[in-house]
Design a protein around this ligand. Sequence first.
Ligand SMILES: *Cc1c(COP(=O)(O)O)cnc(C)c1O
Length: 349
Amino acid sequence: MGSWKGIIDHYRPRLEMDDNAPVISLGEGNTPMILSERLSERTGLEVYLKFEGMNPTGSFKDRGMTMAITKAVANGAKAVVCASTGNTSASAAAYSAKAGILCVVLIPAGNVASGKLAQALVHGAKVVEVRGNFDQAFEITRKLEGPYPIVVVNSTNPHRLLGQKTGAFEICDRLERAPDYHIIPVGNAGNITSYWNGYNEYHADGITDSLPQMFGFQAAGSAPIVLGHPVDQPKTIATAIRIGHPASWDGALRAARESGGEIRSVTDKAILEAYRMIASEGVFAELASSAPVAGLLQLSAQGRLERGKTVVCILTGHGLKDPSWAISGAPKPIQVDAEIDVVAQALGF
Ligand SMILES: *Cc1c(COP(=O)(O)O)cnc(C)c1O
């Protein structure tokens, strides 16, 4: 859409946004909903992949960040801080740069994908590597607000969750109804909470006449909500959902319970298979974003989903953020001399 100016411009009446506040936007939202013919054929459903990797910084975090930074600037803030597994810091750094304010990010040392770290650095954020995991970095971040003149822009920031519900609006606007099933990765659980709020808002206003069943997927080594207790040493290759103490735990449980869905887990192996499968269909999403596709296949194999129904999988971030997994599992490129007949021969012509 040529006239698209970001989610605040498009959904302003639903975002509790003061009309006078200057909007800090990079044109986020309006992401593609890609019909997957192969997944549809395999599962007997109509499967859409909502590719949130197409947001300005390559993840859905931009939907919340445009709100959080717009509000922070409107309230006179000169600095923001977040703890991050990578994408929140990439987004916070970019929107802070756009606004001209300082961004501080606390990341778990050694556990952030290189592309995400590059984003925080190139946008001029002050990057602090914490020797610990995300949960420990987050604990410190929370304590900085109050005593220090800095606004926390993690998903505990209420404006972020408001912005993230616009993903649900876009799905319903596009389908002209609510999907039957919604499948999404769960880390800190803010996103599943926001989507459920968004679907309910449209339903309450009579824009849609049904609600989807909500399925959230954690990685098996990092599945506190599935296990029913926090995990102090979460483990998974899907670093964006490597979170053992989710902040919006209750929101995830509520979404699953109220909608007749579930919070489940998938193994790293299944995540990697799903990652390769969608890539083979032209969609390059990061590992965490492949968890809902692994989840779809698990639910479908167990007969949990009714055939013929419509399902949307949220592909939360772009695969380019961490190309190492793409390269390590692929055959090496062939190297040849720069001559046409050598190239033709190598191609088997
Ligand atoms: C942040 C993130 C998640 C997890 O979202 P939550 O709201 O924390 O549950 C999943 N995938 C990607 C790519 C992310 O950046």
